[in-house]
Ligand binder design. Structure first.
Ligand SMILES: *[C@@H]1O[C@H](CO)[C@@H](O)[C@H](O)[C@H]1NC(C)=O
Ligand SMILES: CC(=O)N[C@H]1CO[C@H](CO)[C@@H](O)[C@@H]1O
Length: 271
């Protein structure tokens, strides 16, 4: 029986985004014409944050500071120099909103999933004089791609698959939590890039790429049997919850979680 990964990922605090990335010169978007100052139709809050919606969202739900968010963004100084961008990363960042800049926390909580918004962060809500970081107002264009609870919060149906879960012949139960956009399914010969969290049936999270803040690329021949089968049921962009019986998980592996295990998996990409 193979385990999912050579070793479990260390459950570290998620990487703090927006502090260390250096944009690739010449690859960033041209600064919008209003980076120097918010226009008249921008809304300014008591904190001094100004923002205006660029594209409306598709849902109703707004994140809270305790949620994890997935975003694409580009930031500029008021002079139009790019300070940071996620646009040229293959996987958009996913992080706890409360670990980002103060102005981000406020601005992203105004947004719904799918929305794009331009946010003017005065210095104290941006890098606030931090060494090596740009001073003054920083303007971010943020696209909110996804919102989810902390992986430490187990799903309500962690103890047993609900009636509407689909069962495979081998004994896996699964349910699509968020439909995908892809048309192709991986085969056993493929490598996939995923975000995932695993819980025991009692709701104890034992592993999470979300908490670590880094998507993982794995070969379908290198994962537990329940994953090899389960991943082949998915399309890109999909999030599926799997209930995997012990004999298709880590049966007998020393130090591995016992019993039926529950995984939420986002299939980001078939490589
Ligand atoms: C940040 O959010 C996490 C949940 O994602 C929560 O456990 C933690 O207490 C929050 N931290 C602060 C400082 O609010
Ligand atoms: C936003 C951004 O920086 N986009 C750039 C990503 O890289 C390609 C190729 O280098 C550029 O064409 C984009 O402008």
């Amino acid at each position: 029986m193979r385990i999912a990964f050579a070793t479990f990922l260390a459950i570290a605090t998620a990487a703090v985004v927006l502090t260390a990335q250096v944009p690739v010169p010449g690859t960033a978007e041209v600064a919008p014409s209003d980076v120097s100052a918010p226009p008249a139709d921008a809304v300014t809050s008591a904190s001094g944050l100004s923002s205006r919606m660029l594209t409306p969202g598709t849902g109703e739900q707004k994140p809270t500071a305790d949620d994890f968010v997935s975003v694409h963004y580009t930031g500029w100084t008021a002079d139009g120099v790019v300070v940071d961008s996620s646009r040229n990363r293959s996987t958009p960042p996913l992080f706890p909103l409360n670990r980002s800049l103060a102005g981000w926390q406020e601005c992203v909580q105004l947004m719904t999933v799918g929305e794009s918004r331009r946010c003017w962060l005065p210095q104290r809500l941006a890098y606030n004089g931090r060494d090596g970081r740009p001073a003054g107002t920083i303007v971010f264009d943020i696209e909110l791609l996804d919102v989810r609870s902390s992986p430490k919060v187990p799903p309500p149906d962690v103890a047993a698959p609900p009636d509407d879960a689909i069962r495979t012949e081998s004994g896996i139960a699964y349910k699509v939590v968020k439909p995908g956009t892809g048309t192709r399914r991986p085969t056993q010969a493929d490598r996939v890039t995923v975000h995932y969290t695993g819980w025991t049936a009692s709701g104890r999270m034992f592993d999470s790429s979300v908490l670590v803040g880094a998507a993982q690329t794995l070969a379908l021949t290198d994962v537990i049997a329940g994953w090899t089968e389960g991943m082949q049921l998915m399309v890109e962009g999909e999030r599926t919850r799997f209930w995997i019986p012990e004999e298709l998980a880590y049966e007998g592996e020393v130090g591995s979680p016992l019993g039926m295990l529950v995984f939420d998996v986002d299939l980001i990409r078939i490589e």
